[in-house]
Design a protein around this ligand. Structure first.
Ligand code: NOJ
Length: 497
């Protein structure tokens, strides 16, 4: 994350902040995203005192800590839902979304769970004779954010962690909390996914912006705290609304375009350019290459060619760490970890996300230095070769490239705060300038598997520049001619002008 706080020692990777996915008590039906108590630590992870210690140790190193806030749904074992389910008369009944069946007994509307394997978003509760809504698993009932008591209770959760000193939150499915209060069907056109210009009724309802403004006021009252929203909306026009008309909603909102678009220079350039054009003044992009819900970059760009996949993952690292905005790295990305292999008898996730969740590979020993116990997902088969210990002192490694990029970024005002300007349209190449004051950097990324050329003269670039970083460890340092900049296959460079 971009930070202007002075740091003492942000670890060798040079990160400013860490985001912890949910560590709260949970039956783990959705691996912590089914929260049974928002204000405690699951015993299998430790205690609140351990959390306080982690926070203090991170802060001592100048690293901020974000915790995961899961406001859309609780676990079905959360005491609020246990009470809500107990009877139609319970005071917590309307903390969740309960509705009568249609006259033919079918669910109240056509809404679907985000998890395909689940199907419909409603589960019938026999004892009380009504359906309840769940946008994910049946074990994750949706809270009803139209209810002011729910809002107040969840604000207390935010205060609980802010009072403990956390620096902010990653907000799970931040676009989902508000939905059509009349629970009308989604338009039939949306059966296969979003269609530009057609409003969904099960998420992204205008009231969500009121809810986010309330969060923001609460955060602002604490001073230097922030929230990054997981806004699972791929239409950038709708996504930018989450910053708020008066920049009074989310400080950051993930743009997930990179997770789904093909590895082609023109696709990346178009999505970055369009987002840059749409962002309101003062709003700040947030890109990422991987997370716990999507295949890892190294595997996504493999294309049946492993050596090429590693080169492409290096180019992707350079892209992520040189664009304008706040980059988020997923653990393991900094060593080029691939998705793990998960045999059928070890599958635990109903939505197919186990491969990207195998343990972090620290060393070549048993348990990959991650655990001396039995991990709930197998260790990746490459762990003996692809691990932190093996890469730490190797200047050619992925880890060394990531470190070079993160530390370069920390020192470069152009990369941290400068403008973004695309350059040229050489086939297969995405090139851009990052500029601030007197610092001018050219980033040129070859997305192709063949050498490519950027004719700098055609785009008003100076005759030469100085190579700062190449993804190719064999490229020599020093001056580089820009009238015709030759890029190797799958090579990215940062050049000082
Ligand atoms: C998004 C989280 O990233 C994902 O892992 C989870 O399953 C859903 N939200 C439900 O909380």
């Amino acid at each position: 994350m971009a930070s202007h706080r002075a740091w003492t020692s942000p670890g060798s990777l040079g990160v400013d902040a860490i985001w912890l996915s949910p560590f709260y008590p949970s039956p783990m039906a959705d691996f912590g995203y089914d929260v049974a108590d928002y204000c405690d630590v699951a015993p299998e992870y430790g205690t609140l005192a351990d959390f306080d210690e982690l926070l203090a140790q991170a802060h001592r190193r100048g690293i901020r800590v974000l915790v995961d806030f899961v406001p859309n749904h609780t676990s079905d074992r959360h005491p609020w839902f246990v009470a809500s389910r107990s009877s139609r008369e319970d005071p917590r009944r309307d903390w969740y979304v309960w509705r009568d069946p249609k006259p033919d007994g079918s669910p109240p509307n056509n809404w679907r769970s985000i998890f395909r394997a689940v199907g419909g978003a409603w589960t019938f509760d026999h004892p009380t004779g009504q359906y309840y809504l769940h946008s994910f698993l049946p074990q994750q009932p949706d809270l009803d954010w139209w209810n002011p008591e729910v809002r107040a209770a969840m604000h207390d959760v935010l205060r609980f962690w802010l009072d403990r000193g956390v620096d902010g939150f990653r907000i799970d499915v931040a676009h989902k909390m508000a939905r059509d209060p009349e629970l009308r069907d989604n338009p039939a056109e949306l059966a296969q996914g979003d269609v530009a210009g057609i409003q969904r009724r099960d998420e992204d309802w205008p009231e969500v912006h009121v809810i986010l403004r309330e969060f923001r006021r609460l955060l602002d009252a604490y001073g230097d705290r922030m929230a990054v929203g997981e806004v699972g909306i791929y239409d950038p026009e709708r996504l930018v609304r989450y910053f708020g008309e008066a920049q009074d909603e989310l400080q950051l909102a993930f743009n997930f375009a990179f997770l789904v678009q093909p590895w082609r220079a023109v696709a990346f350039r178009k999505s970055v350019d369009r987002y840059e054009q749409l962002l309101p003044a003062g709003a700040w992009p947030t890109y990422t290459l991987s997370n716990h819900d999507n295949p890892r970059a190294r595997s996504r760009y493999a294309d049946g060619d492993d050596a090429g996949a590693v080169r492409r993952a290096r180019v992707a690292a350079m892209l992520l760490l040189t664009l304008r905005g706040t980059p988020f790295l997923y653990y393991g990305e900094e060593i080029g970890q691939a998705d793990g292999e998960v045999p059928a008898d070890r599958v635990v996730d109903r939505d197919g996300r186990d491969p990207e969740r195998t343990p972090m590979q620290w060393d070549a020993g048993p348990g990959a230095g991650f655990t001396s116990g039995d991990p709930w997902l197998p260790i990746g088969s490459e762990a003996r070769a692809v691990n932190v210990a093996a890469q730490r002192d190797d200047p050619r490694s992925m880890l060394s490239l990531y470190r070079r990029l993160t530390w370069f970024r920390r020192r470069s005002v152009a990369l941290r705060e400068g403008s973004y300007r695309p350059v040229g349209r050489a086939p297969g190449v995405f090139a851009y300038l990052r500029e601030a004051g007197t610092e001018r950097l050219l980033v040129a990324l070859n997305f192709g598997h063949a050498p490519a050329e950027l004719r700098g003269g055609d785009h008003g670039l100076p005759r030469s520049g100085t190579l700062e970083i190449s993804t190719d460890p064999d490229r020599g340092a020093g001056s580089v001619p820009l009238s015709s900049l030759e890029l190797g296959p799958d090579e990215g460079v940062v050049i000082r002008l």
